[in-house]
Ligand binder design. Sequence first.
Ligand SMILES: Cc1cc2nc3c(=O)[nH]c(=O)nc-3n(C[C@H](O)[C@H](O)[C@H](O)COP(=O)(O)OP(=O)(O)OC[C@H]3O[C@@H](n4cnc5c(N)ncnc54)[C@H](O)[C@@H]3O)c2cc1C
Length: 283
Amino acid sequence: MMGYKVTVFERSDDFGGAVRWGVPSYRLPVETIKRDIDAIADLGVEFKTGMELGKNLTIDELEKQGYNAIVLAMGLSDSRGLPIPNNNHRDVLMALPFLRAARNGESLIRKGANVVVIGSGNVAMDVARTARRFGAGTIRIACLEKRHEMPASPWEIEEALEESIEMEHCGWGPKAVVLDKQGGICGLECRECCSVFDEQGRFNPSYNDANLSVAEGDTVIFAIGQGAIINYLKDMGVELNQRGQLICDRTTFMTSRKGVFSCGEVITGPGLAVEAMASGHRA
Ligand SMILES: Cc1cc2nc3c(=O)[nH]c(=O)nc-3n(C[C@H](O)[C@H](O)[C@H](O)COP(=O)(O)OP(=O)(O)OC[C@H]3O[C@@H](n4cnc5c(N)ncnc54)[C@H](O)[C@@H]3O)c2cc1C
C-alpha cells in the first residue's frame, strides 16, 4: 500500500501461518484464507515457499540480495511439552503437528483411540474437537484449571461439551504417562492442583501429591502452549533475552540489528490473529 516492493519468505509450502495450519478447517475453511492471500498477491507482494531462516536463508544473504528492511514474523510454531515420565512414547503427540496434519486431511491418531488432551485453552479445544472428527472414542481434557478457570472461550468449551468431550480432570496436573505391561499407554496419572497462580499472580501451580487420579486413555496430546525456537537468530546478530525471546523496541519494532524488525506473536506472545495482524500493520 505504501509503494515498497515486498517479498514474503515462508519455510513451509503454504502461506497463512497458524491461521492456515493451526485453526481447524471446520472453523475456518481454507478457501477463505486463500482468498486473502490472493488479494495480497494482487497488490504485488511476492511469495516464496520452502525458505527457512536459519536453514537455507540468512539475514546477511537477504541484505546482499538488496533487501533494505527485514521483518521477522515467525510466530509461535512449536508446541510445548512437559518433562513427565514416558512423555516420549510414540502415542504422545503435540498439538501443533496434530492440527497441522489434520489440516492436510491426515490423522495422527487411530480411529477409536481414547484420547487425553492436556491443556484447557482454545488450542486444547481445537485438538479435542479435531480428534472427535477423526473418530476418536473417549476424549478427556486434563488441565490444571478448574472448569470455571479454564482459559478457553466459553463457547468453545460449550461446543466441546456438546461433542461429548469429557472434562472430569479439570483441576488436575499431569504427573506421568502410565504404560501397561505391553508398553502401550493406559492413561495419564494426575495429581490434584490446588492453585494455578501464586500470591503475586505468577503461573506457579501447587499440588496435593496425596490425591492422585488417572485419566484413562491410550493416546495423550499436549496442548499446553506454544513457543518459538529462534536461537539461530543470535548467530545472525539479533539479540534474545535470557528466556530466549526476541528483544525488540516496542515503538520502532527494530531488533538489536539495524534494519531488522519484528512483529506478531514472536514478540507479543500468544493472542488473537487480529492482534498479530495489527502488530504487523504497525511494524
Ligand atoms: C490451533 C490454533 C488456533 C487458533 N485459533 C484462533 C482463533 O480462533 N482466533 C484467533 O484470532 N486466533 C487464533 N489463533 C492465533 C492466531 O493463529 C495467531 O494469533 C496468528 O496466526 C499469529 O500470527 P503471526 O504472523 O504472528 O504468526 P504465525 O501465524 O504463526 O505465522 C508465522 C509463520 O512464520 C513461519 N516461520 C516460522 N519460522 C520460520 C523461519 N525460520 N523461516 C521462515 N518462516 C518461518 C511459520 O511457518 C508461519 O507460517 C490460533 C492459533 C492456533 C495455533
